[in-house]
Design a protein around this ligand. Structure first.
Ligand SMILES: *Cc1c(COP(=O)(O)O)cnc(C)c1O
Length: 403
């Protein structure tokens, strides 16, 4: 759908929503910007009013572990961007994922997912959920038939992530969600890599969408946060749990995330185009072995990505250098316009080899089993000028050649 068609349907474009959603309240002294409310508690002279708010029968806040006005604006902005009924936030992305899975799953129930989920999520599947008697079935990410077969075997939750980290595999969210719904399952999608600018899992059939707000939503690598949005009853149940487990988003972090989100569309559009240009450049580069990016026409799931990521293919790509890990050691320090660090989705370009970053705890053999070459480099594009980034990559590739 073209931009003007969207406008004609009366729904603001995500570019407009990113700026304005949630910001409509009248604030202290008529401030136009959302205040950071540090107060832990909210006082009431009228006991009937206090009781009504505490019981959720009237608007208001009681205690900061449960709700906070600054945090509520962050939740509302994300809710609108994802087109969700409700949203609730967390101190980190992992808190959001963990509280969601532990709310939805009971001992004896089954969750189906893939081997390529985010490292922390994978630990929930391999260690913490089995410990409480949840059955976990992890399928090969690229093997759609095996995921469908696992779904057909019955499940409570289908947990998906697309594109994946770090080899940018793409799952057919619409097809797998529909299949899981025939089994009465709840579908959860980690949309961190795609962002609500590029992909809307709820429109593709998911019940819940999760973000590590630490990455693209905040966009400046200066605040941790997480959020779950979707079906109101499910979000309510997850919120009820978080009130007690206490993984609450701090008002300061909520403010930084809110401030970052105003430029979400601007940043992601630039990062999409930087990533596509760089992926095409590196694919034709004689000193690069292989490039992984769903925007490349020869990516195995390019057609699915084109359909389910109308906004763009995201800002993360990865590529494989020829040789062994020494090639990565020679290459990375030569990059001028990049942090060598574990995060992604920031305004600065950030690079990391999975062998020291996302998959450091695995052996080389285990990484190989996941299809992660030892000489892979994950490249999270920033918003810099693409010609500068390409020149930087070229000089580092040439300088890294063995003498
Ligand atoms: C970073 C990340 C997470 C975890 O988020 P934190 O905020 O670091 O807890 C989850 N999923 C994906 C895809 C991520 O990139």
């Amino acid at each position: 759908m073209s931009d003007s068609e969207k406008a004609r349907q009366g729904k603001p474009h995500p570019r407009t929503q990113a700026v304005w959603a949630g910001e409509g309240g009248v604030h202290m002294q008529r401030a136009t910007q959302v205040p950071v409310v540090h107060s832990v508690s909210f006082g009431y002279e009228d006991l009937d009013e206090w009781r009504a708010v505490a019981l959720g029968q009237a608007e208001g806040h009681i205690y900061g572990r449960n709700t906070n006005p600054t945090v509520a604006v962050f939740e509302e902005k994300l809710r609108v961007l994802e087109g969700a009924e409700a949203a609730t936030s967390f101190s980190t992305g992992m808190a959001a994922i963990s509280d969601t899975l532990f709310t939805l799953l009971e001992p004896g129930q089954r969750v189906v997912s893939v081997t390529d989920t985010y490292g922390g999520t994978n630990r929930l599947f391999s260690e913490f959920l089995p410990r409480v008697g949840v059955q976990v079935t992890l399928c090969q990410t690229a093997d759609q038939a095996s995921i469908e077969a696992a779904i057909d075997g019955g499940l409570r939750v289908l947990y998906l992530e697309s594109p994946t980290n770090p080899t940018c595999k793409v799952l057919d969210l619409e097809r797998l969600s529909a299949r899981a719904r025939t089994q009465g399952a709840i579908v959860v999608v980690d949309n961190t890599f795609a962002t609500p600018i590029n992909q809307h899992p709820l429109e593709l059939g998911a019940h819940l969408v999760i973000h590590s707000a630490t990455k693209y939503l905040g966009g400046h690598a200066d605040a941790l946060g997480g959020v779950v949005a979707g079906d109101a009853a499910l979000v309510e149940a997850i919120f009820r749990r978080r009130e007690i487990t206490g993984a609450t988003l701090h008002a300061d972090a909520a403010y930084l995330l809110l401030r970052g989100m105003k430029t979400l569309a601007l940043r992601v559009e630039r990062q999409n185009s930087n990533a596509l240009t760089i992926a095409r450049h590196l694919r034709a580069h004689p000193l690069v072995e292989q490039v992984f990016y769903p925007g490349l026409e020869d990516h195995p799931n390019h057609e699915i990505a084109k359909r389910q990521m109308p906004g763009g293919f995201g800002g993360v790509l990865s590529f494989q250098l020829p040789g062994d890990f020494d090639a990565v050691k020679r290459f990375l320090p030569r990059l001028r316009w990049a942090h060598r660090a574990a995060n992604l989705g920031a305004v600065e370009t950030v690079v990391a080899p999975p062998a020291t970053g996302s998959h450091v705890e695995l052996t080389a053999k285990e990484r190989a089993a996941l299809g992660i070459p030892e000489t892979l480099v994950r490249y999270s594009c920033g918003i810099e000028d693409v010609a500068d980034l390409i020149a930087d990559l070229d000089q580092a590739l040439e300088g890294a050649q063995p003498a």
